[in-house]
Each structure stands twice: as structure tokens, then as C-alpha cells.
Design a protein. Structure first.
Length: 295
């Protein structure tokens, strides 16, 4: 029996070494999670505006066009639990944080990464110190990530965390319908959990005298015309309830804004680089106007 155990150990040690080397190599591939965490550790003390949320803000708000020093820490499929984690992770570093801009999308209250995008959960443990999912090699999207890296295809992100999308090369009508269907969820448990984390974000901002700005980004007609009315009403009613009860919250809804053209979209629910510039300038003007009227 002892001999058998020794043989197993001898067999598995090389495999573990190979596994560890592969894991290390994969972690050296540039990625936005690692970059954004390192940026915050170095610069959060001078940050004025933090952008959080999912891919709608990740590629829809370009900090370059905001007046104050801003950084975009939104990520694909990022849910409110991860938003709260990021917001509070750098609490001891903030000295000038005055505004938090947060995605408030059609799917925000329904979406939980634990159910809809487990493949990206590991990044929060590996690159940000979250206490879950710490091995990247087992992620279902790791192999696609390696393949794209070897091809020389890496995500284009600006120094301020903004992800660059080119204008659409696909049918915006079709992509909008597909996205609306994908984002229409019926998960009461997710809603309850998300409301808890939304309240935590609100209370944190309130305690730090930070203005929380909830934003629904522009979408293509094929997207917003195919949304479920009940899910959409829940989003709007929640936003209204929070604004009515907390003076530090603003809600800006651009979902059906008709000032955007085809070239402004990457797909049915994401803005292109040009659309993001246009939207960020509009967002800035709206925020400035509201804040002035409140004085």
C-alpha cells in the first residue's frame, strides 16, 4: 500500500508542476481585471469619479470626456455584488471620491454572475483578492483567451479603463432582439440578492457623502422594443423609490434616446467608441445641469 501511495505521489507531482506553470503563464496574459486593480491601488487616492457596472458602462462611458478625474471599473456581466466589492475594496485609499456612476440596465436587478456568467467570477479572486474562484486554468473561457492572445487579439482598453468598441459590423436589428431575449430573466432570488447589494452600495455612498448616479445607457430600437414590460417596470420603480428616499442618488435614463445613429452602436445594446464619446458628453451635461439646479 505504501509503495502504491509513493507511486501515486511520483506520478502526480510532475502534473501539479505543469498545472502550476500553466496557471502562472495564463496569469501573465494582459487582462483588464489585473490592470484595473493595479490602477486603483496606485491612483484611487486622487480619484473623483468611479464608474461601475456591466458592459453597458464598460464600453459606454469614456472617462476622458468627463470633467473630473474618472476611472472606468465596469466589466462584462459585472453584477451588484462585485460592484459593491470593488467600491469598498479601496475604501481606505479614497480621499477625493465624490461620484459613483453605476450601470442600471434592464438586466441589472435580474443578473447574478453565479448563475449567468460563472466563467468570469474567477478573475475577481485572482486579480482583486475576492475570496472566491481563485484558479483561472479551469475557467471555461481560458482556452479562448489563450487562443486570442496567441493570435495577437487582446482587448483594447484605455488607460482610464474604458473598453473600445468599433461600430457595428453585424445586423443591429437581429443583435438587439437576441440581447433582449438573453437579458429577460425571471429569477426572484436574484432580484432579492441584488436589492441587498444595491442598498449596501447606497448606504456606503451615503456614509461617505458620495453622489450615486444610476445610469441606463442608450440602446438600439430592436433591443428596447423587445423588452419585457414587467422586468422593465421593476427597474424603473426601483430607481424611483431609491431617488425618492435617498437625496444622494440621481437616476438618468437614456434607454430609448433617439439622438443615436447606427454608427453609434457596436450591437443592439452596446455603444461604439463614437457612440460612447457622444453619450459621455451628454451624460456629463445632464449631471452638471442637475447638480446646478440642486444648489
Amino acid at each position: 500500500m505504501k509503495k502504491f501511495i509513493k507511486q501515486l505521489i511520483v506520478f502526480f507531482i510532475p502534473l501539479l508542476i505543469i498545472f502550476a506553470l500553466l496557471e502562472y503563464a495564463i496569469r501573465q496574459i494582459p487582462n483588464t481585471y489585473k490592470y484595473k486593480n493595479e490602477w486603483m491601488l496606485q491612483h484611487a487616492d486622487s480619484l473623483n469619479t468611479l464608474i461601475l457596472g456591466n458592459s453597458h458602462c464598460m464600453s459606454g462611458i469614456d472617462p476622458f470626456f468627463l470633467t473630473h478625474k474618472a476611472f472606468n471599473f465596469a466589466n462584462s456581466s459585472q453584477d451588484l455584488e462585485r460592484d459593491y466589492f470593488i467600491l469598498t475594496k479601496y475604501e481606505e485609499i479614497y480621499t477625493e471620491l465624490k461620484y459613483v456612476i453605476l450601470s442600471f440596465s434592464y438586466c441589472t436587478l435580474q443578473d447574478r454572475m453565479d448563475y449567468t456568467d460563472k466563467s468570469r467570477l474567477k478573475y475577481y479572486g485572482i486579480y482583486m483578492g475576492y475570496d472566491k474562484y481563485s484558479v483561472e486554468i479551469t475557467s471555461s473561457i481560458t482556452y479562448e483567451k489563450i487562443k486570442e492572445y496567441l493570435k495577437g487579439n487582446t482587448s483594447q482598453y484605455s488607460p482610464s479603463g474604458f473598453i473600445v468598441n468599433n461600430s457595428s459590423i453585424e445586423n443591429l436589428g437581429i443583435s438587439g432582439i437576441k440581447a433582449a431575449k438573453r437579458h429577460t430573466l425571471n429569477n426572484r432570488e436574484s432580484v432579492a440578492e441584488n436589492l441587498i447589494f444595491l442598498d449596501k452600495i447606497i448606504r456606503f455612498c451615503e456614509s461617505k457623502q458620495i453622489k450615486l448616479i444610476l445610469v441606463t445607457t442608450p440602446t438600439y430600437p430592436s433591443y428596447y422594443e423587445h423588452l419585457n414590460e414587467q422586468q422593465l417596470d421593476l427597474l424603473f420603480s426601483t430607481a424611483k423609490e431609491k431617488v425618492d428616499n435617498y437625496p444622494n442618488i440621481l437616476y438618468l435614463n437614456f434607454l430609448k434616446d433617439d439622438r443615436f445613429d447606427d454608427i453609434d452602436f457596436k450591437d443592439g445594446d452596446h455603444l461604439s467608441k463614437q457612440g460612447a464619446e457622444k453619450f459621455t458628453k451628454m451624460l456629463k451635461d445632464s449631471i452638471d445641469y442637475i447638480l446646478k439646479t440642486e444648489l
